[in-house]
Design a protein around this ligand. Structure first.
Ligand code: ZN
Length: 351
């Protein structure tokens, strides 16, 4: 097998390990039939690592579109705001788990802080984890927590998840819908982007509504990035990116990680998992052909969403790479899609 480790834009494995559904408890180090990522399966799938999200859920909130059906789709309300102290405490638990995994891994898993470390890991079969926070609720508006977390290794931050916070408002789960729902970043949100620029923390636009996206685009001095978003003109869900947004990301030298969430892949926006990996290839090749091969990568959302049956879990990545090859991508292009584009963007962002 040619060596194309997949470096991936987004997973919720820390949350999945932390909350472990009853009867489905698992660890990172033992192969499980539950969840999507653990070390043995990551090895099988040639998973090189990725952004490990630290995300604080609303207690008792689940995404249940069946309760919010419309004539041609669904329209789910945003969950309520979180308290900063609660989000900070929960974030410490997930980040703590990540560093414990690193410590117990005997060198198999490393939290990377520079592009050089990331490259070294990918070349040497070490799982590389980027410490990412999804939804900045844990960050106080004086940015003290941001500075401390940066010292601890935080290198990527999404100002919002799909809910409101002091920095802005996320995009609700709505199909079909434009991403242009709600207000953009607050003044604090704009300051957050500037502070992240100063610290070389990557700003993720996934889960922002369209106004928030353009606010980031206007302010940031780094390439634009969406770690786990798809093509709106294929699947018109509110979370996906319009051609205009995709063009702006490409023009900035940035990248989009394609998300394996079935309702963000399927043309009909629905939740059936009986779809093949060809739909992922379709989103990848749309961006490659229209905006350039340098601007598309992968952003699974493993352990955070419902994925196609054919993917099953992280072991399905080898199948996906072969499907991309069968579509016509050559080795040079596959290297970019699987990890090269992410490495370039992080190098440009982290200086
Ligand atoms: Zn997400």
């Amino acid at each position: 097998m040619t060596n194309f480790p997949v470096f991936d834009g987004h997973n919720d494995t820390l949350l999945s390990l932390h909350l472990g559904k009853k009867g489905q408890e698992r660890t990172f180090f033992q192969e499980s039939k539950f969840g999507h990522i653990d070390l043995p399966r990551a090895r099988n799938g040639n998973f090189g690592g990725g952004f490990f999200a630290v995300y604080t859920p609303n207690e008792g909130y689940a995404i249940e579109p069946d309760n919010y059906l419309t004539d041609d789709g669904y329209d789910m309300p945003l969950p309520p705001k979180l308290e900063q102290k609660d989000a900070l405490r929960f974030s410490m638990a997930l980040a703590g788990k990540m560093f414990r995994i690193e410590g117990e891994s005997g060198g198999d898993f490393k939290v990377v802080r520079t592009a050089g470390e990331l490259k070294h890991c990918l070349e040497n079969g070490i799982i590389a984890a980027v410490f990412h926070i999804e939804g900045a609720e844990a960050i106080d508006t004086d940015f003290d927590a941001l500075h401390v977390l940066h010292q601890a290794g935080l290198r990527s931050l999404g100002p919002v998840w799909s809910r409101p916070n002091v920095y802005g408002e996320g995009v609700p789960f709505r199909y079909p819908s434009s991403p242009d729902i709600g207000d953009g970043l607050s003044d604090a949100g704009k300051s957050l982007v500037r502070e992240c620029n100063k610290l070389d923390i990557m700003v993720d636009t996934t889960h922002l509504n369209e106004k928030g996206f353009w606010d980031v685009a206007k302010i940031t001095d780094a390439p634009l990035v969406a770690t786990h978003s798809n093509v709106h003109s294929i699947c018109p869900i509110s979370l996906n990116l319009t051609d205009k947004q995709l063009a702006a990301i490409a023009e900035s030298g940035g990248v989009i990680g394609i998300n394996y969430a079935v309702n963000m892949l399927r043309e009909d926006g629905m939740f059936g998992t009986d779809i093949s990996l060809d739909i992922i290839v379709k989103h990848v090749s749309y961006i490659a052909e229209k905006f350039g091969i340098a601007h598309v990568a992968l952003g699974s959302d493993f352990d955070g969403t419902t994925i196609p049956d054919e993917m099953h879990d992280v072991t399905g990545l080898t199948k996906l790479v072969e499907r991309l090859r069968a579509h016509g991508f050559n080795n040079h292009e596959l290297r970019k899609i699987t990890h090269g584009n992410w490495v370039r963007v992080l190098k440009d962002t982290w200086n």
